[in-house]
Design a protein around this ligand. Structure first.
Ligand SMILES: Nc1ncnc2c1ncn2[C@@H]1O[C@H](COP(=O)(O)OP(=O)(O)OP(=O)(O)O)[C@@H](O)[C@H]1O
Length: 262
């Protein structure tokens, strides 16, 4: 493996996905380097979520090749993708609403446990010790995202912004190589967005790589190292935020869809 290859966390190429008569993705690819915040943007219906769903094993693509840290991976099942090292959040928050915030993070951590189902049933010593470690780590993660004071609150009682941060804590609980955030700022007010921006910055500084779908152009421009722009299922531009903002095709795509390009 060359040094350059090692530097790339995720390499995806040639992803296509059709839903009946609709070509949702056509030959889409991207390369994300270790430590980057990588943005995926585009007008509504451009294919961003479909792309996320493909790389995280929710949708089977019609074509595409996938490499994580230079090794081929097949995004065929969600739990396999999580084991391979990709964790994600969802545009429509998917927490366990009746479980506490702490329990929601503990669930995320369980994919890393060793004692397994038998240990859980017989509550072996190894299981109990492991459970205690999971609890401690989950608590640290709640502190990390800034919602430790709600550890024992049911997830559904948390504010929208805090539920999004809880989803991030749960994703981080799997110790992922890549964290994929699907519109993390959706529905947040400007103060919450500022806190979120600081959090994403901290996650990057702490050595993780982030892939981000986001509609808030200001957030994308301020946070991302590189951006791919999708339009009608095709990657129409790739580059630094500065570059893509000035790309004619990008401006046209946004204006054509009735959006402001900045
Ligand atoms: N499961 C599905 N079945 C049929 N069509 C789908 C399915 N999922 C997505 N699509 C269609 O594929 C296209 C791309 O949708 P997708 O949700 O990926 O776009 P998006 O860029 O994430 O949009 P938004 O910004 O609105 O979330 C849309 O036309 C959508 O209607």
């Amino acid at each position: 493996m060359s040094e350059q290859r090692q530097d790339i966390i995720l390499r995806v190429s040639g992803v296509s996905k059709r839903f009946g008569g609709l070509q949702a993705l056509s030959d889409v690819g991207l390369e994300i380097k270790r430590g980057q915040v990588y943005g995926l943007i585009g007008p509504n219906g451009a294919g961003k979520t479909t792309f996320f769903n493909v790389i995280t094993g929710l949708y089977t693509p019609d074509s595409g090749t996938f490499e994580l840290e230079g090794k081929p991976y097949k995004p065929e099942a969600v739990h396999e993708v999580a084991r391979a090292g990709i964790a994600r959040t969802f545009q429509n928050i998917r927490l366990f609403p009746e479980m506490t915030a702490l329990e929601n993070v503990m669930v995320g951590r369980h994919i890393r446990t060793r004692s397994g189902l038998i240990g859980a049933i017989f509550r072996t010593r190894a299981f109990k010790e492991e459970e205690e470690q999971i609890r401690e780590r989950a608590m640290q993660l709640l502190e990390y995202v800034g919602i430790a004071k709600y550890a024992d609150f049911r997830a559904r009682t948390l504010s929208y912004g805090d539920q999004r941060r809880l989803e991030i804590a749960r994703a981080l609980a799997t110790d992922p190589k890549l964290v994929a955030l699907d519109e993390p700022a959706a529905g947040m007010n400007s103060t919450e967005k500022m806190v979120l921006r600081e959090l994403i910055d901290r996650i990057r500084k702490d050595g993780r790589t982030i892939l981000l779908i986001e509609h808030d152009v200001k957030l994308v421009m301020g946070l991302c190292d590189r951006v791919t722009v999708l339009d009608y299922g095709k990657a129409i531009a790739e580059g630094t935020p500065y570059e893509v903002q000035r790309n004619e095709k990008v401006i046209e795509a946004y204006l054509g869809a009735g959006h402001a390009a900045h």
